[in-house]
Design a protein around this ligand. Structure first.
Ligand SMILES: [Zn+2]
Length: 112
């Protein structure tokens, strides 16, 4: 399942960041999901919560997924968010951005 591997990757990324920074816990993971990534963010959050369940570092962790609009460009010079038909020339625009899933930040707790 696509969403499961994404949720697991996010968990591993956040865990690594927490350990590298001597965190006592992970508070929040902020993620940008491109609209064209064909991912259901709610499903990712649900699976993430299942994966993190047994990990005490993640007891209070929240996964925040924000959807991002796509970005396209066309050989005629058009850039925008039309993904199927270029509004200036009618050609199929090229997808520049919108398929990626990016961790923008990991908020952690550290001991005094
Ligand atoms: Zn065009």
């Amino acid at each position: 399942m696509h969403e499961y591997s994404i949720a697991y990757d996010l968990y591993v990324t956040a865990r690594k960041a927490a350990i590298e920074n001597n965190a006592t816990g992970v508070k929040k993971i902020n993620v940008e999901v491109g609209k064209m990534a064909m991912v259901n963010p709610e499903q990712v959050v649900f699976l993430f919560n299942t994966i993190k369940e047994e990990d005490p570092l993640f007891t209070h962790a929240i996964l925040q997924c924000d959807e991002h609009p796509p970005r396209t460009r066309c050989s005629c010079g058009y850039t925008g968010d039309e993904i199927f038909i270029c509004p200036s020339c009618g050609a199929l625009p090229e997808l520049v951005k919108g398929r990626e899933i990016v961790v923008t930040s990991v908020e952690i707790e550290v001991a005094d």
